[in-house]
Design a protein around this ligand. Structure first.
Ligand code: 5CA
Length: 440
């Protein structure tokens, strides 16, 4: 992508409305734009990151055996009257009437709808387990939308819904998502700690929130500090192994970890003082097992091996991609801007032409840009005629992991500079060596 032809509206000044660093940096880097309170457009740079986050989420959901589908954002009130949540959900639900005066709503979550899909076609235990997920926009008329897309009214959610014949089978489904979440957040460059959590309006009695420790987090959390160093389930994790996944769950729940709603002061005080971590955190994922809370009122049942009908045991498993993007920034930035983990960086490499219009600089940059693009890298080429200082500031602000800098003096020697955004380390090398470093 040539920056001269891209759309990346950088802000020079710090936006006054932004209270936390991720919000400030997302606005300054031209990633998002607020359209009305708590409702955002994702501009091209932001969209690239969001898409990369979703690729990782999807990959790990698929690995764990979940199957993707798409559901409408507008739902009929009828389904929610069936489950009993239409009234219970209160003012957070955006209620709309269609032209025939029928009550509709912008879905805040999709338990009812997916239960309806399930009951319409699954009749036998032989079709279980089943886990269906979607990655879509939802709407909650939050009383206090704030911090940009961290807590917005319209937001994206990956939500998965599992269906099983028994509680034991449902626990295995829960453990699959538990392990998938540990892997997902790790691939996003984050350390998320599962904590026992309140179930709120979703319901049920088994629930974990996945929390990233950050000073700007909205939740108060308490946990054992050893979680920070725990191993993440590897690539070869067998998601069909009941014992294997139970062992992962048991290990990751063996020490104290709870959000403030579930906090047990006495249990926390039993943790040796030096091991106690009392901090603030960002909830990036939340998983629930709620048994037959929806299947019973909505009549979602299957025939079991005993020939009888059984209400299915369900769970739901959410991740907030539009919250994850700022959460990653909260965890990874410096005074100059964002520092993206390579897995979600909007571009892999930025090529900075320090003197656009200078033949040797132009030729060198074109050569590098073409070679790296051909090798499948996402390359941003800053071919604008801005001052070199502005270009460096922009490259640091948008956080691309590698900068290849071509200035007249180095280029005259057949060389460029390669800068690592995270460490700030700079190396001068031949043009060929710079290309070869990133062409595997
Ligand atoms: N159906 C369940 C699935 S677990 C559910 O709705 N759970 S939830 O309410 O906990 O939301 C799941 C995830 O969506 C949260 O962990 C968070 O990452 C994200 N999320 C929830 N509300 C917002 C919001 N207002 N803005 C941004 N992200 C949100």
């Amino acid at each position: 992508m040539r920056l001269s032809r891209y759309f990346m509206p950088i802000l020079k000044e710090n936006p006054k409305e932004a209270e936390i660093v991720s919000h400030r940096l997302m606005l300054r880097a031209g990633m998002i734009r607020q359209q009305s309170q708590g409702i955002y457009s994702w501009l091209p740079l932001g969209k690239r990151v969001l898409d990369k986050v979703n690729v990782i989420i999807r990959d790990e959901q698929n690995r764990a055996g979940a199957i993707e589908l798409s559901m409408p954002t507008l739902q009929s009130a009828e389904l929610w009257q069936e489950s009993g949540r239409y009234d219970a959900y209160g003012k957070e639900m955006l209620r709309i009437k269609d032209r025939q005066d029928r009550p509709m709503l912008y879905g805040p979550t999709n338990e009812e709808m997916v239960t309806d899909i399930f009951r319409s076609s699954v009749k036998s235990y032989k079709d279980l387990p089943l886990n269906l997920y979607h990655i879509q926009l939802k709407f909650r008329d939050e009383i206090r939308p704030r911090f940009g897309t961290m807590r917005s009214r319209e937001f994206m959610m990956k939500d998965a819904y599992s269906f099983d014949l028994t509680r034991e089978a449902a626990e295995h489904s829960y453990n699959k998502m538990f392990a998938a979440y540990l892997r997902t957040f790790d691939r996003l460059g984050l350390r998320a700690i599962p904590m026992r959590a309140d179930t709120g309006p979703i319901g049920g009695n088994l629930s974990h929130e996945f929390i990233i420790l950050a000073d700007t987090g909205e939740s108060e959390v308490f946990c054992h500090k050893d979680f920070v160093g725990f191993d993440i389930p590897g690539d070869r994790t067998d998601f069909d192994s009941v014992e294997g996944l139970q062992a992962i769950f048991d290990k990751w729940t063996s020490l104290y970890a709870a959000t403030s709603e579930m906090h047990d002061e006495a249990a926390f005080n039993a943790v040796p003082e030096g091991d106690r971590l009392s901090a603030r955190g960002i909830e990036v994922g939340h998983i629930f097992y709620f048994g037959t809370k929806y299947s019973e009122p909505m009549g979602a049942k299957v025939q079991g091996p005993d020939g009888k009908e059984h209400f299915v045991h369900m769970g739901s498993y959410g991740i907030g991609p539009t919250r994850l993007v700022p959460a990653i920034i909260e965890a990874s930035h410096d005074d100059n801007g964002i520092i993206w983990p390579a897995s979600v960086a909007p571009f892999d490499i930025v090529v900075i032409n320090m003197k656009a219009g200078d033949q040797a600089c132009d030729d060198t940059c074109e050569l590098i840009y073409a070679a790296l693009t051909k090798a499948g890298k996402d390359v941003l080429y800053d071919d604008t005629d801005d001052r070199a200082g502005t270009k460096f500031a922009t490259a640091d602000l948008i956080g691309v992991p590698v900068q290849i800098i071509a200035g007249p003096r180095a280029v005259a020697n057949g060389e460029v500079e390669v800068k690592d955004r995270k460490t700030g380390a700079r190396e001068t090398m031949t043009i060929e060596a710079a290309i070869n470093r990133f062409v595997a």
